[in-house]
Write a new protein. Structure first.
Length: 149
């Protein structure tokens, strides 16, 4: 084979490889299902005030932002619910979407709740953005930000 043949073959490979679709990581339906399941498990744990379940679902680095501007750590978030300072009577999630990006996922939904906070009844209807991170075989809530709708 001559240098000319090798050059032509190399040019052919370079040209045709650019025509092939790029291989990008694509989220699998099971990834989205795992995030949706984690969101639902968190909802149930908040209703039950289940400290152990909340601990298992939340990353140590949690940044939990409220619609009023307060931001809580993992310990603060869990303590408010598990100590029953805030008791959720109902939590309904609607308009849910999930986008998986590598080991992270963005979950958005509308959060509607009836609750009792320090003995006073209340309701909330807010938008929520959550960031879930795959840690080992499970998803952990890394960040959450609520906003007024």
């Amino acid at each position: 084979m001559t240098r000319r043949h090798m050059a032509v073959a190399g040019a052919f490979v370079l040209t045709t490889s650019s025509l092939l679709p790029a291989r990008r990581p694509v989220s699998q339906p099971s990834d989205e299902a795992a995030v949706n399941q984690a969101v639902e498990t968190l909802r149930k744990a908040m209703l039950a005030g289940d400290r152990a379940q909340l601990e298992a679902l939340v990353a140590d680095q949690l940044s939990y932002g409220h619609s009023g501007g307060a931001v809580e750590t993992k310990a603060q978030f869990i303590d408010v619910i598990a100590s029953r300072k805030t008791v959720y009577k109902t939590i309904t999630l609607s308009d849910a979407t999930v986008t998986v990006a590598g080991t992270n996922a963005i979950a958005r939904h509308t959060f509607a709740a009836e609750f009792e906070s320090e003995g006073k009844p209340g309701t909330a209807r807010i938008g929520v953005l959550q960031v879930w991170q795959k840690q080992g075989t499970s998803r952990k809530l890394l960040a959450r930000q609520a906003f007024k709708t």
